[in-house]
Design a protein around this ligand. Structure first.
Ligand code: ADP
Ligand code: MG
Length: 255
């Protein structure tokens, strides 16, 4: 039994549990320690967190609170150094490198802090890049890029260069590039420098729309408490630990 009915032909797809449907992502007492020579940095301490299919969760906390480390664990880019992580009921320790890579490509779209757009390529070229890397035919890459650009409302900007875009458009382009492979989960890491602007309302609304209309699970990592405006749930991190985990319905019921 594979993780997905449409993955049955992929030799890298790991077997899923036969138990009742587990949460999409489950961290159990998960810690993350970085060792750098003689110094050690404990980025996360014993985090328990379930994220279910179709959720839109904001992970909010000050710089250095462990948001990026958490997001990288959820996206199978890094393993916890203590505790565990299950993706669709499958323990990440049981995965081979090939299975990990397969899962990352199959299920996750990453929107990194800086969007990382290539300045020398058009928007369409940038968005098509993940598919080009996978060796898909150019025409298919172009079509998929245009579809992703349409999803984020940039269908008329495919020919533009990144320097010709506004900040909000660059953000949307970063999201389009993550969407081009049709991920089930979008992991969005908003930059955490003090100079950063609050999350652009356009981007928040777009993420909400992708979540509600396309059932994309969204995890938005940000310093901005205002992200709660768009998410259904806000998980507050401080010093590498979960301080609060509040669903927006529960929060509004209190007021
Ligand atoms: P945030 O995204 O909330 O700003 P991070 O998850 O990037 O926080 O970092 C949490 C802590 O872990 C910080 O103290 C940071 O310096 C440390 N850290 C993160 N990545 C590494 C790494 N690769 N090597 C060493 N320390 C790291
Ligand atoms: Mg960060």
């Amino acid at each position: 039994m594979n993780l997905r009915p449409d993955s049955t032909n992929d030799r890298h797809a790991p077997a899923a549990s036969k138990a009742a449907r587990p949460p999409l992502m489950r961290l159990t007492s998960a810690g993350k320690r970085y060792d750098q020579g003689s110094t050690t940095q404990q980025a996360l301490h014993s985090v328990d967190l379930d994220i279910h299919r179709g959720e839109f969760a904001a992970i909010v906390g000050p710089s250095g609170s462990g948001k990026t480390a958490l997001m990288r664990m959820l996206g199978l880019l890094e393993a916890p150094t203590s505790g565990g992580y299950h993706f669709q009921g499958v323990p990440e320790q049981s995965l081979s490198d090939e299975q990990r890579l397969w899962l990352r490509r199959r299920f996750f779209g990453f929107v990194p802090q800086e969007f990382n757009l290539l300045r020398s390529a058009s928007l369409q070229g940038n968005v098509a890049l993940p598919l080009m890397y996978r060796g898909l035919p150019a025409e298919r890459c172009r079509t998929a890029a245009m579809r992703a650009l349409t999803l984020v409302g940039l269908e008329d900007c495919g020919h533009k260069m990144p320097d010709e875009l506004s900040g909000s458009e660059r953000g949307k382009a970063g999201i389009a590039r993550a969407l081009v492979c049709n991920p089930s989960v979008l992991l969005v890491d908003r930059a955490t420098r003090p100079s950063d602007q609050p999350l652009c309302p356009d981007i928040g609304a777009l993420l909400r729309q992708l979540n509600s209309e396309h059932q994309t699970t969204v995890v938005l990592v940000t310093q901005q408490a205002s992200a709660a405006t768009w998410a259904q749930r806000t998980v507050s991190l401080n010093g590498g630990a979960v301080e609060q985990d509040v669903s927006q319905e529960a929060a509004s019921a209190l007021h």
